[in-house]
Ligand binder design. Sequence first.
Ligand SMILES: [Zn+2]
Length: 764
Amino acid sequence: MVASSVLGFPRIGPNREIKKVVEAYWAGKTNAEEVTKVAAEVKKLNWTELQQRGVTYIPSGDFSLYDHVLDHSAAFNAIPKRYHGLGLSPLDTYFAMARGRQADGVDVPAGEMKKWFDSNYHFLVPELDDAVEFKLNFNKPLEEFNEAKALGITTRPVVLGPITYLALSKATKEAKADFEPISLLPKILPVYKQLLSELKAAGAEWVQIDEPILVTDKGANFESQYVSAYPDLVAVAPKLLLTTFYGRLESNVNFIAKLPIAGLHIDLDRAPEQLEKAINAVSSTPIVLSLGVVSGRSVWKTDFSAAIKLAEKAISALGEDRVIVATASTVLHIPVTLASEKKLTEEQKDWFSFALEKASEVATIAAVVSGSQDAAVAAALEANRTSIAKRRDFEKNSDDSVRKRVASITPDQYERKSPFAVRLDAQKVLNLPKFPTTTIGSFPQTKEIRQARAKLGKGEISEGEYEEFIKKEIESAVRFQEKIGLDLLVHGEPERNDMVQYFGERLSGFVFTQNAWVQSYGSRYVRPPIIVSDVSRKEPMTVRWSQYAQSLTSKPMKGMLTGPVTILNWSFPRVDISRELQAQQLALALRDEVCDLEAAGIKAIQVDEPALREGLPLRRADWDSYLNWAGNTFKLSTAGVGDHTQTHSHFCYSDFDDIFPQIQRLDADVISIEASKSDMKLINTFKHYGYSNNIGPGVYDVHSPRVPGDVEIQERIKAMLAYLDQSLLYVNPDCGLKTRGWKETEASLVSLVQAARWARENYV
Ligand SMILES: [Zn+2]
């Protein structure tokens, strides 16, 4: 009998229960007991649902109130010094590490957040140095294993592997210059041994130990660490299933298969071609091969026939007992269940499969390849065949005019008319001072804004009343910016529900869900639209609002658009055509919008590509091809304007070292980037490569409610000017402000404007 498994499950709750309770807790509206209670209910529901769907191996220990990497740091006592001695409870210390804390005389910033591999999920980067004293503050996988056991459900605990954990960590500021977190492996292993032996004593048969670092190029550097650490762990642990996901192991499979592990999981959704190599590597060992045949990243129904083929291949080589049919990765990255969607048509619903449906898929595929004679299994198999065939039919009815337009793109459409120096001169029409101050685009999405949108959705207010409301919001954003003295204004985006959803709703080719939330970080969940057919623009999407905002002020107004790569990367893409083709379709639609904004008198237009970097393939060998088409689609969307129109772009990260030439190639007139949490490493990169266009490194961190003082911002500007040409520096926050409140936004921006004034007075 072939077993089935799910590697991890969304922990947000079917109705965003976790977001609601932790946000209430942060606001002081509920207590820690209530948080624990709601968390227990969500965990119980997840385990029960997976059990009911017939999944053999159900995960536990994968739940989190904020982030599983942060949980791991808290459990292993990797708590940076600045959070010590604040007189906070363990839960409040945990949340202080996650989001900073500024209350009751405590003022600590949050830790750094980074993208989790190539996903849209963010984790808190562990900070380590030689002084860290690892110990087990609590055994989370054990607690959850016991919690499930008390409900009569046997689970397979999930633990973040030691080498991946250390590989994702960074050195603290106090660490000695050549410190590498991986050097702490001998120090952290005893804690892992304790954690694993406690799980064994509690009766866990298997433990899933996640080592996704093995699918990156870095993975190969850690061969000696794997070879030395794992025999040690295996000696005291339950059976270890070493899991790799999001990509291919390549030659790493050779040393992994020699480890004394009981099982190995590989991702066959992202890399089906690695099956044969993996079978060969484990065939002469007792290792069980867990096959990730059901995507943890895609919302599309699994094509059972393709998955069955892969499973049968493994079974014929290894036997039924040595094969598990599994999700390719955790299904954290997709919404909880299709059952919550009431507005999708039956045809659309039939295309998709969310987390719970994926659980049924692994169970069905495992039953089919085990030779099940069950009528329900046969019916599910037949239904899948019919669904897949219907979708293939739909795909054939693509929009021919869109495809023809993509096919006739010419090289000159990718380039601006003149080089930057000429444009810089032409853009004097904007009349900006030195050290121009601006924001990234969005202002706080207040309760009133969300309520008005909800009322419109329910038909409680008319389209006209909503428009009036939005106009008032825009006007107050404009007046606010004028009052505090910003130079390049934005309309504040009150009409935007989300930077991707808003555009998706106005473009042909997308469908939308009601409740299909996925966790981006902490309590921030997003509801990505789904691209289902060829994309085109029906009519202008933003022009009216930008034009209205510009009519209110004599200062220049920035038009705000989301770039093609970001719309693609933050949507659930199609799987039947390439991502490149989908991005080109989006770029042409945006190009029309950019040109319409210019024609409407908007002098600066920002096309954001915060997701450009996170779309990078995990393997370096695949980068050039991605960066080439991704960069081209950005250029295609922005290059249609005249020299006098200033193009901006924004990037929500600071790792530019390795993609710098591509950022330079985008040739945006101004780029704004996240810098506030990554010190000056980033600025150094720009200096090193000689970035020639305008640049606005973020001068404060918007991801935390903490308010920076003006002297703090002056110091940042001063530090930046040691590296950057003062005539090219813009002063802005490090990201959009929509998740912030007005109070801290106003205080922070006042500091920012004061600091820019100081710079004008102190630099000639
Ligand atoms: Zn950003």
